[in-house]
Design a protein around this ligand. Structure first.
Ligand code: SF4
Length: 225
């Protein structure tokens, strides 16, 4: 039986390309530490220099939205994170997000900042990157997205070096990001020592939140964890 979506349509006709669905501990952002089901959508139009999910660029399985919802439900978790790749590169991501919210989940969306977030269900907590120079993808930042951030959303800078930090600080202050939502600074693993980033944040009295990737502390860089 198909499930009604918030938009009044049926989910049985909606399909997504899925790299993996797994149950783990949320390693990043505001929901860090919560048992969470991750729905990783296949494909990304970006190629960040430090990307740690290159295995999601291609492949995956085509699955119906009903099938995805049933798999998510089987884990009996309150928190669900839709990630990628770049999940918004698939148009069916929007009905997926709505349906997960309708099912009563706390839903977060990890997005690159390069795709339009205007139509994302407002119940979803967006975790939106602003790509720093070191990523090689700074030119893809979609600045119009800042107007669609809600208080429960988060902007994330992944920082590889001092040049990235200086750029992130400038954007944080110029756009008054901390007044819009939480601002997360995350060091690129194995490139920038977290303590160095912490020192810079404290020296500049920046109203931002340092992020470490808890799942890598727990399990290294294993896919599906
Ligand atoms: S946007 Fe995300 S998935 Fe895409 S290349 Fe960058 S880090 Fe990787």
């Amino acid at each position: 039986m198909s499930t009604a979506t918030a938009a009044g349509g049926a989910t049985s006709a909606v399909a997504l390309r899925i790299t993996e669905i797994f149950h783990s501990i949320q390693g990043e952002a505001d929901a860090v530490g919560w048992p969470t089901v991750f729905v990783r959508l296949t494909g990304c139009p970006l190629r960040c220099s430090w990307c740690d999910t290159t295995y999601s660029f291609t492949g995956g399985d085509k699955r119906s939205l009903d099938d995805v919802l049933a798999t998510v439900a089987s884990f009996q978790a309150r928190h669900v994170c839709v990630t990628g790749g770049e999940p918004l590169a698939q148009k069916s991501c929007l009905p997926l997000l709505r349906a997960l919210c309708d099912a009563g989940h706390e839903v977060s969306l990890e997005t690159s900042g390069a795709m339009d977030v205007a139509e994302v269900d407002p119940r979803v907590r967006k975790v939106m990157d602003l790509k720093c120079p070191g990523s090689g993808e700074m030119g893809r930042n979609r600045w119009e997205n800042l107007a669609h951030l809600l208080l429960h959303d988060q902007v994330k800078f992944v920082i590889a070096d001092r040049a990235d930090y200086d750029w992130a600080r400038e954007q944080t202050l110029t756009h008054a990001l901390a007044a819009r939502c939480q601002v997360l600074y995350s060091p690129v693993a194995d490139q920038l020592p977290p303590g160095q980033l912490a020192d810079w944040i404290l020296a500049d009295r920046l109203p931002v939140r340092l992020q470490l990737q808890l799942h890598k502390v727990l399990w290294g860089n294993a896919p599906g964890r």
